[in-house]
Design a binder for this molecule. Structure first.
Ligand SMILES: Cc1cc2nc3c(=O)[nH]c(=O)nc-3n(C[C@H](O)[C@H](O)[C@H](O)COP(=O)(O)OP(=O)(O)OC[C@H]3O[C@@H](n4cnc5c(N)ncnc54)[C@H](O)[C@@H]3O)c2cc1C
Length: 165
């Protein structure tokens, strides 16, 4: 391990995806005097266990904006850092099995649209066409987000740590 500096403009505690992202964004802003402290190994916390789903259908305006920003950031991260992020833009489908849930996902879809997230309300037939293996009994509504996807959370964090360096 490198000897720790006596002073730093920012000290980040925890080398998961959140800490790596803070370091990456501070570096983008031109901060060079940043230290990230990790008690074990980078990305061996919760980030190691994540499924890596990248979804933009969210309950609040700020989280929607943040999710959209993340999905866009990850698209260029591999080219920028040379670390494979495993990103696959598969799209996602969210189903509603009750009227209340349908109202909720349609409301979230309206909010996503306000922030420019591509999203479509789709019929049960369109759900079946996109994913034929799904049992659609009782489905009352659905939304499709073509720019959702899945990535490798550990490598996304490592890419941001490398980008920060
Ligand atoms: C099974 C599972 C599936 C998931 N699937 C998804 C998903 O599909 N999509 C999604 O967006 N999210 C998912 N998540 C959530 C996601 O994994 C977490 O929100 C995210 O990884 C949290 O990152 P973090 O950096 O805050 O925490 P962590 O990755 O846990 O990082 C914290 C780091 O801090 C270190 N640390 C703690 N205390 C100290 C200390 N005192 N000094 C130094 N270091 C310290 C730890 O060792 C650790 O490395 C999933 C989570 C789990 C468990």
């Amino acid at each position: 391990m490198k000897p720790l500096p006596k002073h730093a403009r920012a000290v980040i505690i925890g080398g998961g995806v959140a800490g790596a992202s803070v370091a990456y964004h501070l570096a983008k802003l031109g901060w060079q005097d940043v230290v990230l402290l990790e008690r074990k190994k980078l990305i061996r916390g919760t980030t190691w266990h994540a499924a890596g789903l990248i979804g933009q259908l969210r309950a609040t305006a700020n989280i929607t904006r943040l999710a959209k920003y993340s999905a866009e950031l990850y698209q260029n991260l591999e080219a920028e850092t040379g670390v494979a992020t495993g990103l696959r833009q598969t799209g996602s489908i969210t189903l509603a099995l009750s009227e209340a849930r349908k109202e909720e996902i349609y409301r979230q879809a309206s909010m996503a649209r306000v922030f420019g997230v591509p999203i479509e309300e789709i019929s049960v037939d369109e759900v079946k066409a996109r994913y034929p293996h799904l049992n659609t009994d009782g489905v009352m509504g659905a939304v499709y987000l073509p720019t959702d996807g899945q990535g490798d959370p550990a490598n996304i964090a490592l890419a941001m740590a490398k980008g920060a360096r």
